[in-house]
Ligand binder design. Structure first.
Ligand code: AMP
Length: 361
């Protein structure tokens, strides 16, 4: 039986596992935490993500290795690469871990981005404010997620405190984008280079965390452009697996914000809403299997369940699917999600509204 090794055993690993079980695959995870969600799917090797022994055991026990979060140390991939195939490739990880390298990569592929500057001092930020105009979003180049590691500079008097707040160097300043909407383009590429791309997803964030996703997004001509950008990125990185490209919509323009070299929260609707889920297609891609179809099964809406799980009895039956990752409740923590697949956008909005009200979201 083919065994998949996954670095990280959170909810993404868990959902990869559930999809893989239906393909007859076995899983082993590597994760230092107690009772991680993916323990419901397969054994978890309890080691740090960069532990030599943990990585060696993972490589020994499995046929192919993947990961479920983008802060896997690149050195960890290098350690196992000679013995085991590891996908997505390290080059994707390197770019996704550094916002500056990522923005430069987008630029080299003619994918438009907000104006940006590398910042290593308050003088750099002063210059960036003069060049790009204010407001500016100042972000750490590395290790930011869900809006963490960033701050908005609205006036020149915020410059000193903003740079100090984020550690003084290795930062990036980005033009503040007054976007109309945020969308994500999610696609898979397998080892031989076949590509399958999902309909564009529209995303609503609250306090920097994804709250609601809707697919298909109303995109018109933007759909083709997003597909072109995503295809360029996948091919350039010789990418294998699922990748999510996050974009701002400004009028009829698209600006790239960032990409995630992994299955993505904004693609959770694909479990019930697409012909093949992002999780199955990620596994198909890394095993060089034919990719599954990405067509919609209806109008899909996904609501993240953050901080506390609802009582199941409270939620109207039949029109939605509840996913409980089995995590301990904590404010701001993603504990599960609910998906509806409706006959049209109107029905989807009605169901989302009822769900949000019932669940007090
Ligand atoms: P990020 O961690 O870069 O994905 O940022 C988290 C969220 O902050 C994004 O989903 C946007 O809602 C917002 N954001 C990030 N960068 C910008 C920007 N340059 N202009 C406006 N909003 C932004």
């Amino acid at each position: 039986m083919t065994k998949i090794g996954v670095i990280g055993a959170g909810q993404l690993g868990q959902m990869l596992g559930y999809a893989g079980q239906r393909l007859g695959l076995d899983f082993v995870f590597l994760d230092p935490s107690d009772n991680p969600p993916a323990a419901t799917v397969g054994p978890v090797l309890k080691y740090a993500f960069d532990s030599d022994e943990g990585l060696r055991r993972l490589a020994e026990e499995t046929d192919v290795i993947t990961y479920e979060f983008e802060n896997v140390p690149v050195g960890a991939i290098a350690k196992i690469k000679p013995d085991s195939p590891v996908y997505p490739p390290a080059e994707a990880l390197e770019h996704a871990q550094d916002r500056l390298a990522e923005k430069k990569l987008f630029g080299s592929l003619d994918i438009p981005v907000p104006g940006f500057r590398a910042i290593d001092s308050t003088d750099d930020l002063r210059q960036a404010a003069a060049d790009l105009g204010l407001p500016i979003v100042l972000k750490t180049r590395r290790l930011g997620y869900d809006g963490k590691g960033q701050t908005i500079v609205r006036s020149v008097k915020d410059i000193d405190s903003a740079v100090a707040e984020l550690g003084g160097k290795d930062l990036i300043a980005e033009q503040w984008v007054a976007f109309d909407r945020e969308v994500s383009a999610i696609g898979a590429r397998n080892v031989r280079g076949d590509i399958a791309i999902y309909p564009l997803t529209e995303n609503e964030h609250r306090e920097g965390i994804l709250s609601v996703s809707r697919a298909p997004a109303e995109a018109g001509a933007l759909e083709d452009r997003a597909t072109t950008f995503l295809t360029r990125l996948l091919n350039k990185l010789d990418y294998v697996g699922v990748l999510a490209l996050e974009l701002f919509v400004v009028g009829d323009e698209l600006l790239a914000n960032e990409f995630a070299p992994r299955v993505h929260n904004s693609g959770h609707w694909t479990i019930e809403g697409a012909e093949t889920s992002q999780f199955e297609n990620h596994l198909r891609a890394i095993l060089n299997m034919p990719l599954g179809k990405t067509g919609m099964r209806g109008s899909a809406g996904m609501l993240n369940l953050i901080g506390e799980m609802p009582d199941v009895e409270d939620v109207p039956a039949s029109k939605w699917h509840l996913h409980n990752y089995g995590k301990d409740p904590r404010p701001g923590r993603k504990l599960g999600h609910a998906t509806t697949v409706a006959k049209d956008d109107e029905e989807r909005e009605e169901t989302l509204k009822i769900l949000a009200k019932t669940l007090n979201i």
